[in-house]
Design a protein around this ligand. Structure first.
Ligand code: GDP
Ligand code: IMO
Ligand code: MG
Length: 418
């Protein structure tokens, strides 16, 4: 069955680890949204790989990996990522890039940074990778697509237009049109064999009943329409966007796997009702290694929030769950799970769509006893401490869905399936 893997919190749920784990039983792994704002970590033995653009199925020799048309691609970052993998002996010849994907060019990064500066006291905390400005160009129909790179005239014209249009940003910079053109064209040429109409690859695979994994980026609460707007990313991250971002019919998206951490994190600004400031938050950050994969920023940490999870389940049609980082909670004597919020004296258990409510809502917690035991040597659900089982059962009871995958470490084999 085809599977869409989406993060159902604010990103960094462990989508990369779960995608890599499930990729062994699939044929094709497709990224369908976002760009190198994503950072997906895969730990194989002693080695830690951080992927920003390339799907997390790349470590299997015989799988096809696709960068879908819903993505925005920084060619310099892609080239480096490919080279870094090659240097580690990883084969990247089965990687295909959609010719319809839009490019992130150096001035998009500059504009992202400038716009953040201008927001002064109300920064979004973007990754400053040019994601927003590149999607803006796409939406306003002046974006540069990968396919344009193979026609010098088209690329030149579009680039000139961009330079004129973005004059105010560019005049203070040292970016030079000619240099951008040469660098980008050189990289595009070196990747030409791998740039394709990727919808043909996917259609053929679907006809042959091959299994596809659609690997989401970011998280549902960062979705442009359904997240904590405006503190979101600039594209849809919802499971449904796998169809539009990869170019496949929506009915092929059968299994919708929601990945979430045993607690909650967020990097960047914006509402976060269950955030824990102080010693417990610091403890989770240190123990969980909660520092951004892309920017190295410390992630904000908090208790598990069922209000956001229920919302994510509802709008994505999540029919399968994977929980990660249960091991990080070992050693905490007392755990809390928010099952509702209190706002102006009233209890609400539906996710609000209002910035004011997010900022003022007080989580209502269920307290549960923690466990001491290190989960490092555990191989099955039965071996988990009773308290950990109860923690998971409380979540399942509230979400009304079984947690099928439990991750207790960053490595592939630290995964319990039920
Ligand atoms: P993604 O963006 O959703 O792929 O997640 P990231 O890779 O940005 O962040 C997840 C981090 O947690 C990475 O450093 C992973 O190696 C690590 N990780 C994933 N699953 C587990 C787990 O079950 N336990 C622990 N301790 N670390 C995990
Ligand atoms: P993965 O795929 C966590 C956040 C940024 C910022 C907001 C907008 O690794 O889970 P952007 O650069 O996209 O314009 O920033 O979105 N953000 C992420 N947070 N994980 C990610 O990706 C993220 N991608 C973007 O921190 O708050
Ligand atoms: Mg990440």
């Amino acid at each position: 069955m085809n599977t869409v893997i989406v993060g159902i919190q604010w990103g960094d749920e462990g989508k990369g680890k779960i995608t890599d784990f499930l990729a062994k039983d699939s044929d094709i792994i497709v990224r369908f949204s976002g760009g190198n704002n994503a950072g997906h970590t895969i730990v194989l033995g002693e080695k830690k790989f951080k992927l920003h653009l390339i799907p997390s199925g790349i470590f299997y020799e015989n799988k096809i990996c696709v960068l879908g048309s819903g993505m925005v691609i920084n060619l310099e970052v892609l080239k480096k990522e490919i080279n870094d993998l090659k240097n580690e002996g990883i084969n990247t010849k089965n990687l295909y890039i959609s010719e319809n994907a839009h490019l992130i060019l150096p001035y998009h990064i500059l504009i992202d940074q400038k716009q953040e500066e201008l927001r002064a006291g109300d920064k979004l905390g973007t990754t400053c990778q040019g994601i927003g400005p590149a999607y803006v160009d796409k939406v306003s129909r002046r974006g540069i697509r990968l396919i344009d790179m193979f026609d010098e005239e088209t690329f030149s014209e579009k680039l000139k237009y961009h330079f004129k249009e973005k004059e105010t940003y560019l005049k203070e910079s040292n970016l030079i049109l000619k240099e951008i053109k040469e660098t980008q064209m050189e990289i595009a040429q070196s990747l030409k064999e791998q740039v394709a109409d990727t919808t043909l690859i996917l259609s053929k695979a679907l006809k042959e009943n091959k299994k596809i994994i659609f690997e989401g980026a970011q998280g549902i609460l960062l979705d442009l329409d359904f997240g904590t707007y405006p503190y979101v990313t600039s594209c849809n991250t919802l499971a449904g966007s796998a169809a539009t971002g990869a170019g496949v019919p929506p009915y092929v998206l059968r299994k919708i796997l929601g990945v979430f951490k045993a607690y909650t994190t967020r990097v960047g600004t914006g509402p976060f009702p269950t955030e824990i400031k102080g010693i417990i938050g610091d403890y989770i950050r240190e123990k969980g290694g909660e520092f951004g994969t892309t920017t190295g920023r410390p992630r904000r940490c908090g208790f598990l929030d069922l209000v956001i999870l229920k919302y994510a389940l509802r709008i994505n049609g999540i029919n399968s769950l994977a929980l990660t980082k249960l091991d990080v909670l070992s050693g905490m004597s007392n755990l809390k799970i928010a099952y509702a919020y209190r706002y102006k004296g009233k209890e609400i258990d539906e996710f609000p769509q209002n910035l004011k409510i997010w900022n003022e809502a007080e989580p209502i917690y269920k307290e549960l006893p923690g466990w001491e035991k290190d989960l490092n040597k555990i191989n099955s659900f039965e071996e988990l401490p009773e308290e950990a089982k109860n923690y998971l059962k409380f979540i399942e009871g509230n979400l009304n869905l079984k947690i099928e995958i439990i991750s207790i470490g960053a490595e592939r084999n630290k995964t319990i399936t039920r």
